[in-house]
Ligand binder design. Structure first.
Ligand code: SAM
Length: 212
């Protein structure tokens, strides 16, 4: 367990209730109260060290953001970025994406970002991929009708399986790039993994998909 290396992480997360939502189940259906406005809410699932969500929140002050990350030892770095940036439109949640329905009602979330999700390349682990059918159902239950998922990865296998999973689910693919960094896509914000893998020469794949 990664927490073993950073036993103070839990205490630090608890010290910043203005940034880390401690009991997200209390806010189901009323997230506008948490942010103090009725702006749309975008979440990133598996936010890692938080660069993407922090830069997105800086670039889009009229949108609320939540970074969702399972690992305490990782989300602590996202918290450091947020403490530094003091953004009123960004919160963090140290929870498992499996449980998102416990925290968000239908339509509470307006967009889901998935960036460089763990690829789980073995077929027997396919159900753990964050674009597997069961996760698509979770996102559908918290997004409004025609809600969107935006996904990027450098992993060709994960991208292909995600394209299949999303198509089989009946979603509409509204954007697909097989080489994001050499495309005309504007406003890309790099994640930590994206910088690392693109520097190694890996191609970055990106898609947007809409529920029907
Ligand atoms: N998005 C970041 C980036 O692009 O730099 C991090 C990518 S990292 C490969 C994937 C992250 O997803 C890890 O930090 C992992 O702990 C988190 N994660 C994996 N499964 C998760 C789940 N079920 N719920 C929440 N976070 C999860």
């Amino acid at each position: 367990m990664r927490l073993r290396n950073k036993p103070w992480a839990e205490d630090k997360l608890a010290q910043y209730p203005q940034y880390v939502v401690a009991q997200p189940e209390l806010h189901k259906g009323k997230w506008h109260e948490v942010f103090g406005n009725n702006n749309p809410l975008y979440i990133e699932v598996g936010t890692g060290k938080g660069r993407f969500i922090t830069e997105m929140a800086k670039a889009h002050p009229d949108i609320n953001f939540i970074g969702i990350e399972l690992a305490k030892s990782v989300i602590i770095s996202a918290l450091d970025l947020l403490i530094e940036a003091e953004l009123p439109n960004l919160k963090l949640m140290n929870v498992n994406a499996n449980d998102l329905r416990d925290y968000f009602g239908k339509g509470d979330v307006n967009r889901v970002y998935l960036n460089f999700s763990d690829p789980w390349p073995k077929t027997r682990h396919a159900k753990r991929r964050l674009t597997y059918e069961t996760f698509l159902r979770v996102y559908e239950d918290i997004l409004p009708e025609k809600g969107e998922i935006h996904f990027k990865t450098d992993n060709q296998g994960l991208f292909e399986s995600s394209l299949m999973s999303i198509s089989r689910y009946g979603m509409l693919l509204t954007y697909v790039s097989l080489d994001l960094h050499n495309s005309d896509f504007q406003g890309n914000i790099m994640t930590e993994y994206e910088e690392k893998f693109s520097q190694k020469g890996n191609r970055i794949y990106r898609l947007e998909a809409q529920y029907r």
